[in-house]
Design a protein. Structure first.
Length: 130
């Protein structure tokens, strides 16, 4: 999927979606950590470095938009991590909200392996950027 294994944080409150994403990523050798809400994503990103964060937009406690804002407001290098929105709301308003929150790219659920590969390896043509 990508050039070399990455350390990836998946912030996803749906257990089935999380398992599917983890299976896709681990199959390609990536190291994956899963959290179930935005607050946990913010907390772990402040103490552990990740190459990429896959952030569900709609989660309990703290949604992905607020979590992204808080990560972006933090210190380097954490604030500079690539954050990709995960959402079933594949419309222009949601994408605009993601961009304004500081997300770098957008993946619509259900996530397809080919689309995830494009995010992990930007040299693959057709990558959807937020």
């Amino acid at each position: 999927m990508s050039q070399s294994p990455s350390k990836i944080l998946v912030a996803e409150d749906n257990a089935v979606n999380a398992r599917l994403i983890v299976a896709m990523l681990e199959r390609d050798g990536h190291e994956v950590t899963v959290v179930t809400d935005g607050g946990k994503a913010v907390a772990i990103s402040r103490v552990e470095y990740f190459d990429l964060i896959l952030m569900d937009v709609n989660m309990p406690e703290m949604d992905g938009l607020e979590a992204t804002r808080q990560i972006r407001a933090g210190a380097a290098p954490t604030r500079d991590v690539k954050i990709v929105a995960l959402t079933a709301d594949d419309d222009g308003a949601t994408q605009r909200d993601c961009i304004e929150a500081g997300m770098n790219a957008f993946l619509a659920k259900p996530i397809e392996m080919a689309e995830l590969a494009k995010i992990l390896n930007p040299r693959i043509k057709g990558s959807r950027r937020a």
